[in-house]
Design a protein around this ligand. Structure first.
Ligand code: SF4
Length: 156
């Protein structure tokens, strides 16, 4: 990897790093190239927040990431464990990394309860979706970081 200040914080799983709940990644070649060029800092908020790999899938219940930040909603694993604090910790650490490195753009994995920017799973563990951001995406956006998904034109 080249040594330079990254412009983007990116979801680590998009770079091919195996940090997803199922121990796999979701590599996207263009995002991975940003990392290889030294333009992106890979970050997994769930791992940074202390969750193991692999782990049970989790979904936000009765709300979205903004609701979790304001204390109106929780994140529960499929078996009902409250993992909200891990999600909040990961989001705060992502923000801290952006501030420390002067990063003001993030490319985040779609649909994730941490990283989703537009839609997230609706809490029913049925693959149904609802509008809203994940916890990290919501905190970064609230703090002025430009967030978008891997499906967007993030170079534009
Ligand atoms: Fe990827 Fe974000 Fe989920 Fe980590 S929390 S596995 S970076 S989508």
């Amino acid at each position: 990897m080249k040594e330079q200040t990254p412009e983007f914080l990116v979801s680590a799983c998009l770079c091919g790093l195996p940090c997803r709940y199922d121990g796999k990644s979701k590599p996207v070649e263009d995002v991975r190239r940003l990392w290889e060029e030294g333009r992106a800092l890979p970050f997994c908020p769930e791992q940074a927040g202390g969750l193991k790999i692999p782990r049970e899938p989790s979904e936000i219940q009765n709300g979205d990431g903004a609701d979790v930040l304001s204390g109106r909603a929780k994140v529960l694993s499929r078996s009902g464990e409250d993992v909200t604090e891990h999600y909040l910790k990961g989001a705060r650490l992502a923000l801290k990394a952006c501030k420390k490195m002067g990063i003001c753009k993030a490319v985040l994995k779609s649909k994730s309860p941490s990283c989703g920017c537009y839609t997230i799973h609706d809490g029913s563990f049925t693959d149904a979706m609802r509008p809203g951001m994940g916890v990290t995406a919501a905190l970064l956006a609230k703090e002025g970081i430009r967030v978008c998904s891997e499906e967007d034109d993030y170079e534009g």
